[in-house]
Write a protein that binds this ligand. Sequence first.
Ligand SMILES: Nc1ncnc2c1ncn2[C@@H]1O[C@H](COP(=O)(O)OP(=O)(O)OP(=O)(O)O)[C@@H](O)[C@H]1O
Ligand SMILES: [Mg+2]
Length: 365
Amino acid sequence: MTEPDQSALLRPHAEQAFAEELSALDRTDDRPRPPSWRLSPWAVVTYLLGGTLNDGTVITPKYVGPRRLVEVAVATLATDRALLLLGVPGTAKTWVSEHLSAAISGSSTLLVQGTAGTAEESIRYGWNYARLLAEGPTAGALVPSPVLTAMETGTIARVEELTRIPADVQDALITILSEKTLPIPELATEVQAVKGFNVIATANDRDRGVNELSSALRRRFNTVVLPLPASEEEEVGIVTRRVEQLGHSLELPPVPAAAEEIRRVVRVFRELRSGATEDGRTKLKSPSGTLSTAEAISVITSGAALAAHFGDGTLRAADVAAGILGSVLKDPVADAVVWNEYLEAVVREREGWADFYRACREVSG
Ligand SMILES: Nc1ncnc2c1ncn2[C@@H]1O[C@H](COP(=O)(O)OP(=O)(O)OP(=O)(O)O)[C@@H](O)[C@H]1O
Ligand SMILES: [Mg+2]
């Protein structure tokens, strides 16, 4: 297959999108690197949190959050324990896991997507049946899983939504993580992991109870819990940066004056999420949905597309109102009551929010 022109890709991998930053880090990084690591742990943390290198290269922050958490995550990956990123939806678990593997292994693509239907082959290996029938079980007929490939190459494999995977399939990981070996009885052989191999798994807090991790498996992981953004300021910063990056890669026409609407969307999400107004004076009911930072990002991005293509090119309250409603009303009946109360008790009274109130009323029917 020929490589497509990178600028034509809808969503380049982290290692493609940030190739220049990664090579600048590689050039200037003189700290010790664990076996098979492309960068030192210090440089990996700098890649995630941003900074300025000695040669003046600016590394953009990918993750905004406590430095210590990122240090613990990176240090874990240099040990024999795997890393479990846990958190409520939209706290950047997948995002952080992609960037960690890009920085450590130079590739974020050895990925197992966990679902109720994930089979053992996606964690161990499968067979190319045509070749299996023709040749019998040979090395050439074996189809390695992303985990097996990571073992052979000393790189990071990612397992998304680990708790959605059925328990017996999860168990396949236990041997791999404790023995660092995968037996292949059909070939009377085994694959021993090369130094540098490790696993980053993500799991959603809200999925707890779907398939609880067995304690045997949990013991193989260090858990790092990714928090919601600590302050409105921080969350506005995250949304602003991501909206800008997304707008750029989707080639949306630039939409000015988004700052005001971003602040409002973030304020609304934070207030409904926490069940109280920003000043702490009014208690609120929370809707059933999660109202994550990720959803705020997509409300603003859709709003920007509306403004660019159907509006006057400036992001206005009317462009985000429908998106907010869609995020809040996950349960059409109960959430509508919560939303109407919030509109009338809080939004209506807030100074400078009259246009926003009108726009929301209009779409709320
Ligand atoms: N603290 C943060 N720093 C930087 N980006 C963030 C932060 N929190 C959320 N985001 C952004 O939110 C988006 C969604 O994140 P992601 O999909 O990784 O969430 P998740 O935790 O995997 O959610 P889910 O549980 O639904 O899978 C990403 O684009 C990411 O950039
Ligand atoms: Mg995710």
